[in-house]
Design a protein around this ligand. Sequence first.
Ligand code: C2E
Ligand code: CA
Ligand code: CA
Length: 397
Amino acid sequence: MTEILLLDDDPLQLKLLARTLNSLGYKQLLGCSSAGAALSALNAPNRSIGLIMLDLNMPGVDGIAFLKLLAERRAEIPVVLVSGEDERLIETAARFGASQHLKILGSVPKPVWPTELRAVLERWEAPASVASAPKQYPGEEVARAVLHGEFIPYFQPIVELSTGALVGVEGLARWQHPTDGLVMPSQFIGVAEERGLIRDITRAMIRACLKQGHAWRDAGLDLFLAVNVSMDDLGRTDFADYVFEELERSGIPPKNLVLEVSEQRFAQNPDAALATVSRLRLRRITMSIDDFGTGTSSLAQLRDLPFNEVKIDGSFVHGSSSNAILGAIVNSSLDLARRIGMRTVAEGVEDGADWAAMRLDKCDHAQGYFICKPMAPDELPGWVGSWDNRRKKLFEG
Ligand code: C2E
Ligand code: CA
Ligand code: CA
């Protein structure tokens, strides 16, 4: 019979937790009031512990030290953190556990409520997730796809927060694989960068996005087009000229092109890119720092490269209205960008709360599932109509 091991130095807490677990139908419990007792139970050949519920704040071997001991034993038993400590500390402990390859199922705050406990325990009882990491493609196959022109852009709308008006779209690469269907960028961009193929993908994307932009313009939709470029692209001396030629060919005004460079991928030595970025900016192309806040040298990038837009990473935006730390990060990033005259975009606006928070913070533009998921270009005109209706409601209420 598998048991749940409860580790807490406070006997009253042990009793309360046991009672709550009982009320949820979990009867096979083993309470321990010290790390030593818990370790002996784990070592006992006649016991089978299926889950550990661990208090963080204990004298002697505390919860974090206990996680370390579990990691040394290469324990595969899932762990739930139970603690009255503040959320950040619990989160840090959970991250530490995960970094030690422990299976941290989640955490429950003290006092423990049955509903919260049940939610975590459901995760324990759920059959092991069958979702495996998405397939990565070998370089040869990516190279073949480049030759066959199998990369196409999907588009995600970007709207103005003060009015809700559609102002632009970001082109996101999709691979139309001959047998596997639509393949996502996480499955091929990394390989493409390693194998020196990103230059071809970027060029295909710029060309396709500008061509689509031209078609929308003819249909009366004047949108800016944001395209992701790699640091490798900026390091090439012919890149700026390529962009100028493509702009000319498409008839799209340079101010309607935005080139986004992910901050995570900035090279250690940005010197090579300086000339390219400056030349692009001289022609009034918008240069955007993507995933702002996730890199290691955000402020140095701001200082050294003449970018004029900041895209605050979705991992800070989503949930920022209910998490004081995220809120402070977003707020001060926006303030910083504004002070130096940069345009601001919030990505990862997933729900109404994110939307309201970004409006309150006076961010310029928003992008995210709340507005629309990335879509095929022919879906955009239909979406524009439905957004008009939603927009009216959003701005009336
Ligand atoms: P990114 O540039 O930060 O693009 C935003 C990603 O977030 C997109 O994923 C988009 O689908 C997703 N997203 C949009 N709204 C939301 C939201 O509300 N919540 C959440 N959780 N996610 C949202 P996608 O299309 O899978 O692209 C992933 C990344 O791959 C991009 O991140 C970008 O770094 C890279 N990528 C995509 N296309 C290209 C490309 O043509 N060239 C290069 N170099 N990189 C590309
Ligand atoms: Ca981007
Ligand atoms: Ca991002």
